[in-house]
Write a protein that binds this ligand. Structure first.
Ligand code: PLP
Length: 393
């Protein structure tokens, strides 16, 4: 099939919820993708921070092959080895002592919010309110949508969930002032992704930790986009020298397969007793085998060092663009980078696509760069040759 044929069939039969680019991908390898017409693209997008290891990482593909020949699914009524192995690995590499596995970021956050409420209903003295932030993105389920501080995603879905309130992001005083008697948890992204690659002040996460401790709140960090090596540390909160009570991850964890994980301490996890929560496909053996292979590769200190070095190079190249193409500022950490433009960025994205480079625009005027973490300096430079022309056009 050609690009046009794939696109025509999608248009005829798929619900139209995505503003899609006019291209159909059929193959990927490392930082490169090929469309149905055989055209090659360089990837500065990584499937929206999923393909952190590049496309079809050999260790992930081998793990999927091996596990899929053994057992595809058994149900959470039983145990299977890969789920426990993945949870053990997550605990070894983080503050966590217990993990709940699901299938997406929204589900990981939904579980985090339910866990906080469940903990609040008992250990938390009946408290239930969750404070989230303006500009955030936490998912599309009703709970996570309510915690998503962007009006455009709410349109037509009201009434949303009670007991969730939005507070300005990056503003410690506003968060402290918002805490009420019924507040049980604070939920934030260490760096807002969808909201426009917004990095909070350095004292924000340590300040939230102190506030949570002072007011006996649970601090939930959504590391779904910024976690798993993206910022040059395995988890973004490591830069701030603090730990959350609950952390959610998804996206890159499955190496390209759908997965979500809600990570916490044994003390908080005790609020989830058998029957309190669950998911038919959560902890699926094939996804978890892929996750084990992916997490081993993502936690490799050599890869994380590479992210910091190539991230510095990428940022220097972005700063080198100066005022070219109406750039106002450069922001982000590691290989989670953005530039704010004077006007909408959609045309720049289209020109890059036509020239064989995948980039993204979020929050209307923020060009967002989330390349695979394995990208080389030479590939960054190849992409910048296209980006410069697209910005200048
Ligand atoms: N949280 C953050 C920070 C995200 O960036 C996303 C997706 O972009 C989600 C949650 C939702 O993840 P999913 O689309 O897998 O449900």
């Amino acid at each position: 099939m050609t690009n046009a044929e794939v696109i025509a069939r999608s248009a005829a039969y798929e619900m139209s919820v995505y503003a899609r680019q006019p291209v159909a991908f059929v193959r990927g390898d490392g930082c490169e993708l090929w469309d149905a017409d055989g055209k090659r693209y360089l990837d500065f997008f990584a499937g929206l921070a999923v393909n952190n290891l590049g496309h079809c990482h050999p260790a992930v593909v081998a793990a999927i092959r091996e596990q899929s020949a053994l057992l595809l699914h058994a149900s959470n009524v039983y145990h299977t080895p890969p789920a426990g192995e993945l949870c053990a690995l997550l605990c070894r590499h983080s503050f966590a002592e217990r993990v709940f596995l699901s299938n997406s970021g929204a589900e990981a956050n939904e579980a985090a919010m339910k866990l906080a409420r469940r903990w609040g209903s008992n250990d938390g003295g009946g408290r239930f309110e969750i404070l989230a932030t303006i500009g955030s993105f936490h998912g599309r389920t009703f709970g996570t949508l309510t915690a998503t501080g962007q009006e455009k995603y709410h349109t037509g879905f009201q009434p949303l969930l009670p007991g969730i309130r939005l507070v300005p992001f990056g503003d410690l005083a506003a968060m402290a002032g918002a805490v009420r008697d019924e507040t049980v948890a604070i939920m934030v992204e260490p760096i807002q992704g969808e909201g426009g690659v917004v990095v909070p002040p350095r004292d924000y996460l340590p300040g939230l930790r102190a506030l949570a401790d002072r007011r006996k709140l649970l601090l939930i960090l959504d590391e779904i986009q910024c976690g798993l090596g993206r910022t040059g540390r395995l988890f973004a909160h490591e830069h701030a020298g603090m730990e959350p009570d609950i952390m959610t991850i998804a996206k890159a964890l499955g190496g390209g397969l759908p997965i979500g994980a809600t990570c916490t301490t044994a003390r908080i996890a005790a609020a989830f007793t058998p029957g309190a929560h669950g998911s038919t496909f959560g902890g699926n053996p094939v996804t978890c085998a892929a996750g084990v292979a992916a997490l081993r590769a993502l936690a490799d200190p050599t890869l994380l060092e590479h992210v910091r070095a190539v991230g510095d190079h990428f940022r220097t190249r972005l700063e080198g663009l100066g005022r070219c193409g109406g750039i106002r500022n450069v922001r982000g950490m590691g290989l989670m980078l953005g530039v704010e433009l004077d006007g909408p960025g959609a045309a720049v994205v289209s020109r890059c696509l036509a020239a064989g480079l995948l980039i993204n625009c979020t929050a209307d005027r923020i060009l967002r760069f989330l390349p695979p973490l394995v990208i080389t300096r030479a590939q960054v430079d190849e992409g910048f040759a296209i980006l410069e022309r697209a910005l200048a056009a």
